[in-house]
Write a protein that binds this ligand. Structure first.
Ligand SMILES: Cc1cc2nc3c(=O)[nH]c(=O)nc-3n(C[C@H](O)[C@H](O)[C@H](O)COP(=O)(O)OP(=O)(O)OC[C@H]3O[C@@H](n4cnc5c(N)ncnc54)[C@H](O)[C@@H]3O)c2cc1C
Length: 461
């Protein structure tokens, strides 16, 4: 039988990206499309959906990396999975170009309908040295690497006699005071404190955690007074929170900070660990398509989630989540559009799936409407903050709400069970604060055995 990469004989619903939107839409439509003789195809470079709200807890070792992902093949049995990245879309000819993982030959894939769920990428700025030394917090690989790195720095520092090198190893800097940055710094500080307590050669006061935020406040998702309380709580834990401050230079990990107002110097510090969480931008792939894109690079859609240009609806094209400018009919969005978060992405995906199936049956479509329910954030063990329908909560109750909400929200019961079981184990046996060594160079032991190991050089994140 001739090898064919993909189903050729059935009308295809092509889903770009297997994140919140892609996974949920496929889950909701795969059976119905199959029953009517069609095929749902997801093109996604990762074999899993990443549950990004868990990344700070992965970085802090409270959740095992793989448990913050949802395997596509295991849970989307009636969907065709393609391990690759869409690089171009020509909707006029209903053709998309796929670049397979591991640099295989690119090929074209045709479709009847398309769902754009490519999400967003980390938005960085041309700051000298940033690209060379920093890491983001958008993928499970980054979160796992950060966990191992932070724990390794603590171990390295405990044997370092040079005071400057020791201080540098124990200084951890996060840029960006949104939810991702605040949760990351708070969770990491919690883990680092625990790791240091297990190491006789270090004291908790040796650790330095610094948060840099350009705006005058953190966490725009919660009311200002609650955000101020979070700042006070973080500072009480010894975390330095620098507001109205921006990173001007990061060359070789020597950070130069400036005041946002007059751009005057706001201090310098040396670090081995710089984590960048200062915002996201819609997938740049959208620029290589013939879809209407707004000034922020998002694909334009109507409230029914059909792609809509100046001349009206573009038939057979749908979009939702971080890569789409979805009108916020509740009036609560930024500039009239839904903010890019999981709360919207997961609900928009459900509405998109309903509308896509309704359109196929010739039924009328309904608009996406969701009033923001609030936000929950974990700030380390038994510490959290929540703002539910205007009511502010903090401390252990907010932490339990955070865990309860996200524990249930991660797709599939199987993943909920794995995550909750991991939390339970940590409560019983304590958090595991050992790093997996040489994860960045797994061939090192074999190279040593064969006498081909490269000279030891300064480790970098
Ligand atoms: C650290 C962190 C913490 C967060 N915490 C919260 C929180 O507590 N609450 C909340 O509401 N939101 C939170 N968010 C935001 C939330 O995770 C996103 O808004 C949500 O994931 C958006 O869903 P999406 O489907 O649009 O995109 P994603 O979930 O990012 O999925 C996009 C998918 O598309 C794939 N892709 C990209 N380009 C291509 C391409 N060219 N071809 C094929 N596939 C492609 C990607 O690999 C990815 O799997 C957090 C985000 C981060 C980074």
């Amino acid at each position: 039988m001739a090898f064919t990469k993909l189903a050729q004989d059935r009308p295809r619903v092509l889903i770009v990206g297997g994140g919140y939107v892609g996974f949920t839409v496929a889950q909701k439509i795969q059976k119905a499309v199959k029953e009517t003789g069609g095929v749902v195809t997801i093109v996604e470079p990762n074999p899993y959906m990443t549950y990004q709200p868990f990344l700070p807890e992965v970085a802090a070792g409270s959740i095992e990396g793989r448990n913050a992902t949802v395997p596509l093949r295991q849970h989307l049995r009636d969907t065709e999975i393609v391990g690759g990245r869409i690089t171009k879309i020509n909707h006029a000819t209903k053709t998309a170009t796929v670049e397979p993982i591991d640099a295989g030959e690119a090929f074209d894939i045709t479709y009847d309908e398309i769902v754009l769920g490519a999400g967003a990428v980390t938005r960085a700025f041309p700051i000298p040295g940033l690209a060379e030394v920093a890491i983001g917090m958008k993928s499970v690989e980054e979160a796992v690497a950060v966990r191992n790195w932070v724990l390794e720095r603590i171990e390295v520092a405990s044997l370092e006699e040079n005071e400057d090198a020791r201080r540098r190893a124990l200084t951890f800097v996060i840029v960006g005071g949104g939810f991702a940055g605040i949760e990351t710094i708070a969770e990491l500080e919690d883990m680092a404190r625990e790791a240091v307590k297990r190491n006789d050669r270090l004291r908790v006061s040796d650790l330095r955690f610094v948060l840099v935020e350009a705006a005058p406040r953190i966490m725009p998702e919660v009311p200002a007074d609650r955000a101020e309380k979070v700042v006070a709580e973080l500072r009480a834990r010894g975390i330095e929170v620098l507001l109205n401050t921006s990173l001007a230079d990061a060359t070789d990990g020597h950070l130069a900070l400036i005041n946002m107002g007059d751009k005057s110097p706001a201090g310098e510090l040396d670090t081995d660990t710089l984590i960048w969480t200062a915002g996201v931008a819609a997938s740049p792939m959208l620029k290589d398509t013939d879809f209407p894109i707004d000034e922020r690079g998002r694909v334009r859609v109507g409230a029914d989630l059909r792609v809509t240009g100046d001349n009206g609806v573009i038939e057979g094209a749908w979009a939702a989540g971080d890569n789409a400018a979805v009108p916020d009919l509740s009036g609560g969005g930024v500039g009239g559009f839904c903010v890019p978060n999981a709360q919207h992405a997961s609900r928009q995906a459900v509405k998109l799936a309903e509308n896509l199936l309704a359109a196929r049956r010739g039924e009328s479509l309904t608009d996406y409407y969701h009033e923001n329910m609030g936000a929950v954030a974990g700030l380390g063990s038994w510490k959290g903050v929540a703002n539910i329908k205007g009511k502010s909560i903090s401390g252990p109750l907010a932490w339990l709400m955070h865990r309860g909400y996200h524990g249930m929200a991660i797709p599939t019961t199987e993943r909920t069970a794995r995550v909750v079981a991991g939390w339970a184990m940590n409560q019983i046996f304590g958090r595991d604060t050992t790093s997996i060594r040489h994860q960045r160079s797994p061939r090192r032991a074999f190279q040593t055995a064969t006498g081909t190991a490269p000279e030891k050089s300064k480790a970098r994140l």
